[in-house]
Every structure is written in structure tokens, then in C-alpha cells.
Design a protein around this ligand. Structure first.
Ligand code: PMP
Length: 416
């Protein structure tokens, strides 16, 4: 479980870890945001320094260059997700915007009174609030797939709750609390067979936590839409993407209206640009897209075999270590291989915010709070939890430090 593969020491590629400011910091909040290798920062900087022009409109060489870089980034995302073509990829700011785009366009256009939208109990707020909005506006019903305490959604849940009334199913591929991978392929297959009066419900996958950690093939899992964020996958903040099947993009009205997304405008009306530009109104975040493409290249260089092996090995090390610390309770599955490097936990009689504060004073960064999954917290009967989440550049040494500091938390709080 060392962070080396062949002769490549990945950690050295990350200025964050090399800097004196972060010396000794154990960064275990990767499910919130990952760190960036120098090549990603350099790609963004090169764009800013040498290739900055408004893409998609200029007729001069520099703008063409900026356009090419932007469109090459789209091609990278498409290939990374195995999308059938580049026009299936829409750049957004993040997974939240991607999910809202689908809700405001597909949802508001096609969900009707009496329809049902199915989500799961472990969704992030970004995959709850847009559907609450659609259901409320359209007098549709929001239906919840329940999970057990280990994070598993039994097949009986989707086999009873996805019905002919279901128009949309939207589920997290990997939960940001349990770290569990949901059987989205099976759910999609059932939704496509049974939903929407047998014509098939639309399957949306929230890939915010899966895309950085495992090979996601949108065609294989049967996703009609898939949302993810660049900043959890080594990329910059402010860039994300939505994969969408062309058939739906063609039917859907635009999300935002204005420049760049039109073909022709008169005083009365407009015709829209070809896909995917119909969904990218205004000047795009080309530098961010270029940075995201560099990040995905880097992830491929590391390889998902290595990423998954390190995620699982570190989750196992952390979970085994936690078993030896009295009063620590892991949330979710007992099997570390089902955590995607995410270990959410509580300590008896210690507020998770105090756990994070105490660890911060020991140079260990973890997350504490409701993780934007308050309905799940309510179901679990907790207000908040603490969460340690690793990525491939984290090491066993860091896990040892984390566990050692964790074992001192109750004492630090004056408890035995
Ligand atoms: N879905 C899941 C499962 C997430 O973990 C997150 C980020 N915590 C999001 C959606 C939202 O991501 P972003 O804030 O980048 O839009």
C-alpha cells in the first residue's frame, strides 16, 4: 500500500504535499475536494498565459486555438466516460449544476402531474432539492429508495418503487457518506423496462464520488444522464460535466439562454445551436475544461486498478484501526472494499465538529457535519458524523497518524 507504482512517486507530482505550508498535514477530505497535480495547474496556467481568448466565436488563430483546446477537453471527458460521441458532454460548473440542468430542462418539460421521481435515501442535497422543486412544480411525487444500516439498497426497493408512474430515477453511483457503490446498472435496467408506462424511465446517475475512483462507462451502466465535478477528480474548481444521451438533449429545452447557444435570433424568437452548444450559454470556462482534461489524463496514468487498490487498502487499515479504539463506530458496511475510500464514523459522547477541530489541531484534516445528506442523517438518527476520505496519494503512514490522533480525541475532551 505505498503510493508508488513503478518508478513514479505520485505524491511528488502534487505541489500541495511538497509545500512547506502543508508539511505533515494529513489530508483526508478527498471526498469533498481532491488535490491537484502540477500538470493540471500548468495546463490551466498555459491556457491563461498563452491561449486565452474567447472560444467558439473568434475567427482569428488564437481564438481557434482556444476553441480547439476546449473541444479537445470535451473529447477527453467523452472518452473517459465512454460516451458515444463528444456532443453528449456538456460542460457545467459542477455536479450540482449538472443535476439542476437536467431537473430544470428534462424534469420541468416532461414530468407531469401524478408522475413519480425516484431517488434514494442516501442522496446528496444536490440530487434531492432539484427533484423536490420539479415534484412541487409539477404535482408529482418524490419516492425514496430506502437502504439498510450497511448502506445497501435491497433489490426489492427498486422493484417495488419503480413503477409505470416513474418518469425519472436519480441515484448516487457512490454515496458520499457510506462510500458504498449502488447497483446503478441494475436499477437503470429495471427503470428502462418498467418506468413511464413501460416506455422506460430516464436514469440519472450522480457520479460525483464514482468518477474519480472507478472506471465509469456510461453506456455499460445504462445512464441516460451522469453528473460529475472536476474538483473531486484532481481538476480545478468551477468545472464539471454532464453526460447526456443525445436523444434527450434534442428533446430538452435549453437551460440558460443567451450568447453562444443560438443559431439565429430575431426580435421574436431564436433557433438554437447544435448540440452540445445549445446547453452552454455564455462564455465558457475553457481554462477549467483544459485543466479537467489534464486531470483525467493524470488519473488514467495512475490507473483505476491502483486507485481502487489503494482506496480499499487504506479503508481496511483505517477501519481495522478504528476497531481497536473504544467508542468509535463506523457508519455503513463492514467490508472496507465497499467504502470507496470513505470512512464515516462517530465517537460516543463527542460531537463530530469537536472530532474535526481536535484533529485539525493535530494537523489532520477530515470532514464533519451532515455531508449535505441531511435526510440520510435523519434516517440514521444522527445530527452529523465525521468522515475520513482518502485518495491514491494518501499513505499508510498518514492513516497511522490519523488513527493515533483519533485515539486521543476522547481524552482531549476530558472523557475516559
Ligand atoms: N453528489 C455527491 C454524491 C457529492 O458527494 C457531491 C459533493 N459533496 C455533490 C453531489 C455535489 O458536488 P459539487 O459541490 O461539486 O457540485
Amino acid at each position: 500500500m505505498e503510493n508508488k507504482m513503478g518508478s513514479i512517486d505520485f505524491r511528488k507530482d502534487f505541489p500541495f504535499f511538497e509545500s512547506s505550508i502543508n508539511k505533515g498535514l494529513v489530508y483526508f477530505d478527498n471526498a469533498a475536494t481532491s488535490q491537484r497535480p502540477a500538470c493540471v495547474n500548468r495546463a490551466v496556467e498555459d491556457f491563461n498565459n498563452f491561449n486565452n481568448a474567447n472560444p467558439l466565436r473568434g475567427l482569428y488563430d488564437l481564438s481557434v486555438r482556444a476553441t480547439d483546446l476546449y473541444e479537445n477537453a470535451r473529447a477527453k471527458v467523452a472518452a473517459f466516460l465512454n460516451a458515444p460521441s463528444d456532443s453528449h458532454i456538456i460542460f457545467t460548473r459542477n455536479a450540482t449544476e449538472s443535476l439542476n440542468l437536467v431537473a430544470y430542462t428534462y424534469g420541468m418539460a416532461f414530468v407531469e402531474e401524478g408522475d413519480e421521481v425516484v431517488i434514494s435515501a442516501m442522496e446528496h442535497h444536490s440530487n434531492i432539492l432539484p427533484w423536490q422543486m420539479v415534484c412541487s412544480a409539477k404535482k408529482a411525487r418524490l419516492v425514496w429508495l430506502e437502504c439498510d444500516a450497511s448502506g445497501i439498497i435491497p433489490a426489492s426497493e427498486w422493484q417495488t418503487k419503480i413503477t409505470a408512474k416513474t418518469k425519472i430515477v436519480s441515484v448516487a453511483h457512490v454515496s458520499n457518506v457510506f462510500g458504498i457503490t449502488n447497483p446503478v446498472k441494475e436499477i437503470a435496467s429495471y427503470a428502462h423496462k418498467v418506468g413511464n408506462g413501460g416506455k422506460g424511465a430516464v436514469m440519472i446517475v450522480d457520479g460525483a464520488q464514482s468518477v474519480p475512483h472507478m472506471k465509469v462507462d456510461v453506456q455499460d451502466i445504462g445512464a441516460d444522464f451522469l453528473a460529475f465535478s472536476g474538483h473531486k477528480a484532481l481538476g480545478p474548481m468551477g468545472i464539471g460535466a454532464l453526460y447526456a444521451r443525445e436523444k434527450f438533449l434534442e428533446q430538452m429545452p435549453p437551460f440558460l439562454r443567451g450568447g453562444e447557444m443560438i443559431e439565429y435570433v430575431t426580435r421574436e424568437s431564436a433557433t438554437y445551436a447544435e448540440l452540445p452548444h445549445k446547453f452552454e450559454a455564455g462564455t465558457v470556462n475553457a481554462g477549467g475544461a483544459v485543466g479537467l482534461a489534464a486531470a483525467l489524463d493524470y488519473i488514467e496514468k495512475v490507473g483505476f486498478d491502483f486507485i481502487e487498490k489503494n482506496d480499499n487498502a487504506l479503508a481496511a487499515f483505517i477501519m481495522n484501526g478504528m476497531k481497536t479504539i473504544p467508542h468509535v463506530h463506523v457508519i455503513g458496511n463492514d467490508d472496507p472494499d465497499r467504502h470507496c475510500g470513505i470512512v464515516t464514523f462517530t465517537i460516543d459522547d463527542v460531537h463530530p465538529h469537536d472530532i474535526a477541530s481536535m484533529l485539525s489541531s493535530e494537523n489532520v484534516a477530515i470532514r464533519a457535519g451532515h455531508h449535505c445528506a441531511q435526510p440520510l442523517m435523519q434516517k440514521l438518527g444522527v445530527g452529523s458524523t465525521a468522515r475520513a476520505s482518502v485518495y491514491f496519494y494518501n499513505t499508510q503512514k498518514e492513516a497511522e497518524v490519523f488513527l493515533e490522533k483519533l485515539s486521543g480525541v476522547r481524552k482531549w475532551m476530558g472523557l475516559s
